[in-house]
Design a protein around this ligand. Sequence first.
Ligand SMILES: *[C@@H]1O[C@H](CO)[C@@H](O)[C@H](O)[C@H]1NC(C)=O
Ligand SMILES: *[C@@H]1O[C@H](CO)[C@@H](O)[C@H](O)[C@H]1NC(C)=O
Length: 352
Amino acid sequence: MRRRGGAGDSGDSGDIGRAEGRAGGARGARAQRSRLPWLRTLLLAPLLTYVSLPFLIRLFPGLLTKFVYLNFLAFPFFADFRRPELLVNNTVSLYLTTEPGVTVGVWHTVPGSRGAEARGKDRRWYEEALADAHPVIIYLHGNGGTRAASHRVQFLKTMGAADFHILALDYRGYGDSTGHPSESGFTTDVLALYDWAKARSGNSSILFWGHSLGTGIATNAARKLQEERGVQVDAVVLESPYTNIRDAGANVPITKIYRQFPGFEYLILDSMARAGMFFRSDENVKVLECPLLILHAEDDTVLPPALGRKLYETAREAYKDKSKVKFITFPEKLGLGHDYISFNPELPALVK
Ligand SMILES: *[C@@H]1O[C@H](CO)[C@@H](O)[C@H](O)[C@H]1NC(C)=O
Ligand SMILES: *[C@@H]1O[C@H](CO)[C@@H](O)[C@H](O)[C@H]1NC(C)=O
């Protein structure tokens, strides 16, 4: 075309040439624009997600429960819950119906000193073993993953070797347990396990040991036991805890990108309560009277140790017998972080 225009000797050939040039330019722009949606989506999708997520959370606070509970991240993904012996010795799996329609999976690890005896024994033997006067830990894991996660298995190994019974459950909605996660549902699951253990453990002491999100579940359960039945659990241990879920939300790294977002408190933090999530350990500890031990690593980058300290100070203030409240921090050089306190071989000695 250009050639034809260029070949013409009429005076307006230049005009034709220019017109075609414009048309060519428009074609080029069209071609470019048709590539743009890709680019635009690529650039805009994260931005739109970033901006709209807080509003979606405010509108549908139930969304927030997914981020807090993370039960859909069921790592390790190929665990065989019925065969815990593949991961840890002296352990069986059992199932407990905690309310009609909800069944939770539990692993029971017996004290290491009974390891030789335990080999090849069935569930009945394990159940009877609960009455052997060794203390019983009800282990309440954090969010995300299942009881088969490696740091939780390590807890069974460390405390099992130190001659504790450990009952580690997956709350409703986690692992192979049925049902959907909810704060009050977790408490129901834990108290059902407590009753089951209490009915079999004679005079042995029973402890609630919570880790991370599980610390709020531990204090909820201990408080309910106290307020509704007048029963004190024998001790509560809180590993890498927080004061309440709102404070936790304001401090966990995942919300860091939103802290400067206008309306962060209104849109995200206030939505915790609207989604039915409170986990008020700072209120719960004021009701407790049992020994309370708080463990926190100084290099915890998920929940800062300042939260553990604040919880300790709240409890110490409220307790009549202040000697029952203890706070142990682990120096940074041990590298225990948020999840690895149970890898510390000195842990059982600190607890006893
Ligand atoms: C169980 O104990 C045996 C013997 O002490 C050991 O060889 C094995 O590695 C243990 N299994 C697990 C899963 O820890
Ligand atoms: C529990 O303790 C009470 C009194 O302290 C005692 O009479 C009872 O025999 C104990 N039961 C068991 C199973 O050890």
